[in-house]
Design a protein around this ligand. Structure first.
Ligand code: SAM
Length: 334
């Protein structure tokens, strides 16, 4: 294998988050405005052939985990084929998907058969009316059905991601955990990050990891699970285990020093951090007609190395001069 993707701080990059589309069938208020219409033009999206070339090069450089995300990745018409083709790469990575779950009733089994191994489903509330208010779509039952379909297809344990917001759903932490333990979900609470399209995120009102821990501790005994590695979640055994819960403290306890992630947007821009202000254009290299196949691969590798080289030590959310990225989360790929 070629030299791995190591940055100037010695972090070896093994995880690539790939956004398959910026489109979504929900409108979670903290992610995408209800009237959002500023979609990426179709011709700017990477084709599946272009994406496979990138992944072939990246896996040759040590990327061994690929997470498909978006927008809503299951809205990409050929998502099953994408998974099948990634599974067939010479150095096939472990493939996972982050989804809102709406299309899992139809797609969980075909995705599993195509090589998908893990799925994360986002669910912020157990209350149907709240779900509708939060996402502007009355699809709560469909998410729950999607989780069941994923479990039935052997994509267990399903990880469920929840973002808590003050005065919206922050009273639900214990109930979400109860439901997760009962249904065999692996629940993780994610701190809300300053990526909301309306820019109304406030440090002073956000629900922190400590708030979540305190709320859960009123009902459960949480003991830390050792050996976190590069995983973003701090995991805790619940009442001695075997059930666990994860808390992802991206804002209040950043884990950048162990970060091994890169991101590729649906329109072929490389990012070395969710909060990066700069992106590196891969699409221009992929579509450069002056390059033959070998030269194109070499240029993709060069750009991957460049974006890794330029990675900063941390995301900077807690710096006084922090500036929110211009792209919303839905267009970066969460
Ligand atoms: C952007 S979504 C994309 C994938 C898919 N549509 C889904 O719902 O999981 C991925 C994850 O990002 C989370 N997310 C979006 N905006 C966020 C923010 N500002 N802070 C923290 N998490 C956020 C969502 O809750 C979801 O779990």
């Amino acid at each position: 294998m070629s030299e791995p993707l190591v940055d100037t701080f010695g972090r070896v990059h093994r995880d690539l988050r790939v956004s398959l589309t910026d489109r979504c069938n929900l409108r979670c208020a903290y992610c995408m405005p209800n009237d959002f219409a500023d979609w990426l033009p179709g011709p700017e999206l990477l084709t599946t052939d272009e994406l496979m070339l990138v992944l072939d090069v990246a896996t040759g450089l040590g990327i061994d985990g690929v997470r498909l995300t978006g927008g809503e990745p299951l809205l990409r018409a050929d998502v099953v084929d994408v998974v099948r083709r990634i599974s067939a790469l010479p150095k096939a990575p472990e493939i996972s998907v982050t989804t809102n779950g709406l299309k899992l009733t139809r797609l969980a089994q075909p995705l599993r058969d195509a090589g998908l191994r893990r799925v994360n489903v986002s669910l912020d509330t157990l209350d149907r009316d709240r779900f509708k208010a939060l996402t502007f779509r009355d699809r709560h039952d469909d998410v729950l059905a999607g989780i069941r379909a994923a479990q039935a297809a052997g994509l267990a344990p399903v990880k469920v991601n929840a973002v808590l917001m003050r005065g919206v759903n922050d009273d639900e932490a214990p109930a979400l955990l109860r439901r997760a333990l009962d249904e065999g979900w692996r629940l993780r609470f994610i701190e809300q990050m300053p990526l909301d399209p309306s820019g109304i995120w406030l440090r002073s009102t956000m629900i922190t990891a400590d708030d979540v821990f305190a709320a859960l501790s009123e009902h459960y005994t949480l003991t830390p699970v050792p050996s976190r590695g590069s995983a973003p979640a701090e995991e805790f055994y619940v009442d001695g285990g075997p059930g666990t819960v994860g808390i992802i403290a991206s804002v209040t306890r950043p884990f950048c020093a162990a970060c091994d992630r890169l991101r590729l947007t649906a329109d072929g821009q490389l990012r070395n951090c969710l909060f990066a202000r700069d992106e590196l254009d891969l699409r221009v290299a992929l579509r450069d007609e002056a390059l033959d196949d070998d030269a194109r691969r070499a240029e993709v590798e060069r750009r991957l190395r460049l974006v890794v080289h330029d990675k900063l030590p941390g995301h900077g959310i807690n710096d006084l001069n922090f500036i929110q990225p211009t792209r919303p989360m839905s267009a970066i790929g969460g």
